[in-house]
Design a protein around this ligand. Structure first.
Ligand code: TMP
Length: 208
């Protein structure tokens, strides 16, 4: 049976959560059974890890510890929510997944893509999204957008712009490597246009 597992990726302030809500509404209209979740987080224990990694000083964690926390949160989410939901035939929409660890920790913090791929195999094996949507934005503009919301979860936003430029390049190169799996959208388009592109592509790919 074909899974319906869609992940949203992108830098800070790229508008992922808005687009997940809009795709969720669209799928509900189509009578789909949908689970929306996020990373890091999505289960009570993984949300505890989320607080640890998204808040506080930049150097609160070493890059390796930070990546292990991301993998720990992901292990919880995959085992307790994503796998059971897919087995129940639900659509799963996830705000970030392992491509974020590949980009932020593997490339941004320079832990190495190969190391992060090894971790992926150990922690979640062959659990892969069917479709990955990258909302692409100039990091200067993305970070500017995040300043309009007051959130304690600003640990990554505080990293310098060179770090955020690396992330953008990383997401774009993942999409280039596997063009069949990815859709890259200009996140500076207006919200409704982005949503239309996403809903059309999802309808086409999943025969809705
Ligand atoms: P969010 O802002 O998209 O909710 O994500 C929370 C933060 O966590 C965001 O700054 C990116 C970061 N993050 C990583 O560094 N690595 C990861 O694997 C994930 C899932 C998120």
């Amino acid at each position: 049976m074909k899974n319906h597992f869609i992940t949203f990726e992108g830098g800070e302030g790229s508008g992922k959560s808005t687009q997940i809500k809009l795709l969720n509404n669209f799928l509900i209209q189509k009578k789909a059974n949908v689970l929306c979740t996020r990373e890091p987080g999505g289960t009570p224990s993984a949300e505890i890890i989320r607080k640890l990694v998204t808040q506080g000083d930049i150097d609160r964690w070493s890059p390796m510890t930070e990546s292990l926390l991301m993998w720990a949160a992901r292990s919880e989410l995959v085992d307790k929510l994503i796998k059971p939901s897919l087995q129940d035939g639900k659509w799963v929409l996830c705000d970030r997944f392992y491509h974020s660890t590949f980009a932020y920790q593997g490339v941004g913090h320079n832990l190495g893509l190969e190391n992060m791929k090894l971790m992926k195999n150990i922690v979640i094996g062959d659990v892969n999204p069917d479709f990955i949507i990258v909302l692409d934005i100039d990091p200067v503009k993305g970070i500017e957008r995040t300043k309009n919301r007051s959130s304690a979860e600003d640990r990554f936003e505080k990293l310098d712009i060179e770090f955020h430029k690396l992330l953008r390049g990383a997401f774009l190169s993942f999409a280039e490597e596997e063009p069949e799996q990815f859709l890259v959208i200009d996140a500076e388009l207006d919200v409704n246009s982005i949503s239309r592109i996403i809903c059309d592509e999802v309808s086409k790919r999943f025969n809705l």
